[in-house]
Ligand binder design. Structure first.
Ligand code: 13P
Ligand code: 13P
Ligand code: MG
Ligand code: MG
Length: 368
């Protein structure tokens, strides 16, 4: 446990929703707030904000215990459990406790179902921290925007203009299939980085550091299907990005989301669709059409003596109306493919869905 630094921990899970995989229930938020407030008074955490992205419940917490802290992880786990028992199950919400894959807590929620992004850092004189939360997609969805923020001078003017950014950033990449990681230094190794992270189903960005070592971003990397060996919903990732003063400006961090790039997820976790940036308000922050389209909400804070000042609703801005319109047009276009690739994901991705059961039945009917 380190005392000077602050840690931002975003821990999330889908513990049930309504109707179907649409959105969380207000009672889930209420119970979460009550339990986290109690933990704050007990000194486990310094501050928290409870929100959601579609059907995923999100705990944004600050504390002084460092990353992978047992007490903080247990707090999140126990809270998700209690919400499942006290709210999701009695109301028969859909997929009650869906993401709680393990029987009992074993020290760290990683690998147990919930998604985690954590970043420990020395608080600057002023420290803007942006939290992105997505629904109906997977961790690889962050690859493109994170690359553009920290590696692409056509997005981030500061990489050229600001001497503090000019030396670039190092990306830590996790190979989710082999459970091994690699660090790639940009701009020197930009093409190597893109050679990996273009395969967004396998190589996902987990951390980003400025080349002098300053922690800049963290993303969740869990692949539920690889943990469970079967389809259990997508992993609906979260990510934390620090901004300004030697890091990309807030507007540079938000800019890549103006392009609704195609991500895997959507209906039954089996389709490609555009990532639509939406407001945190109830009207936009729930999935409808074909259980989607995949969406991302953004919450902007200032971290001040480990307290969360905010949030600002980052995509609740008319500047993103056109992005949403383009995403709707892409939605029309993609949907017209029905069950055909590339709208429906390829066989490798479909391995963890129920499609193999259907194909199994046809096996004996093939003739040479
Ligand atoms: P900082 O150097 O404080 O990040 O300011 C840059 C800026 O104003 C970007 O619009
Ligand atoms: P979630 O992963 O958000 O629970 O969605 C699952 C699904 O099957 C949507 O159609
Ligand atoms: Mg769900
Ligand atoms: Mg979800």
């Amino acid at each position: 446990m380190s005392s000077q630094k602050v840690t931002v921990s975003v821990i999330k899970a889908d513990v049930g929703s309504y109707p179907g995989h649409g959105t969380v229930h207000p009672q889930q938020i209420e119970v979460a707030k009550t339990l986290l407030e109690k933990a704050r008074k007990d000194g486990a955490i310094v501050d928290f904000f409870v929100t959601h992205a579609g059907d995923d419940l999100e705990f944004i917490m600050t504390h002084r215990r460092g990353e992978n802290d047992k007490r903080v992880h247990q707090l999140a786990w126990d809270t998700f459990k209690e919400i499942t028992d006290k709210v999701s199950k009695p109301l028969k919400l859909y997929g009650a406790g869906q993401d709680l894959l393990a029987e009992a807590f074993s020290g760290n929620v990683k690998g147990m179902g919930p998604g985690v992004a954590e970043l420990e850092f020395e608080e600057r004189r002023s420290d803007p921290v942006l939290v992105f939360m997505a629904d109906k997609t997977e961790p690889g969805a962050w690859n493109l925007p994170l690359f553009r923020i920290f590696g692409d001078p056509f997005n981030t003017a500061g990489l050229i203009i600001d001497p503090a950014l000019h030396d670039g950033f190092t990306f830590e990449i996790l190979d989710v299939m082999e459970d091994q990681s690699i660090k790639i230094k940009c701009p020197d190794e930009t093409y190597d980085l893109l050679a990996l992270i273009g395969t967004s189903s396998r190589y996902v960005i987990s951390k980003i550091y400025r080349n002098d070592g300053m922690p800049a971003a963290a993303a969740s990397t869990s692949r539920l299907s690889l943990i469970a060996g079967r389809y259990v919903g997508k992993d609906d990732p979260v990510c934390i990005v620090r901004a300004q003063h030697g890091l990309p400006a807030v507007g540079e961090v938000l800019e890549p989301f103006a392009f609704p790039h195609l991500v895997a997820g959507w209906m039954r976790g089996s389709h490609l669709g555009p990532l639509m940036p939406v407001s945190m308000n109830d009207v936009q922050n729930r999935v409808t059409r074909f259980d989607g389209p995949p969406r991302v909400v953004g919450a902007g804070f200032q971290v001040s003596d480990a307290k969360l000042i905010g949030p600002a609703d980052l995509f609740g801005d008319p500047a993103y109306d056109r992005t949403r319109q383009v995403a709707n047009e892409i939605t029309d276009y993609m949907r017209r493919h029905g069950p055909f690739m590339p709208h429906r994901l390829g066989p490798e991705e479909m391995e963890y869905t129920t499609l193999p059961e259907v194909l199994e039945k046809l096996k004996t009917r093939f003739k040479k």
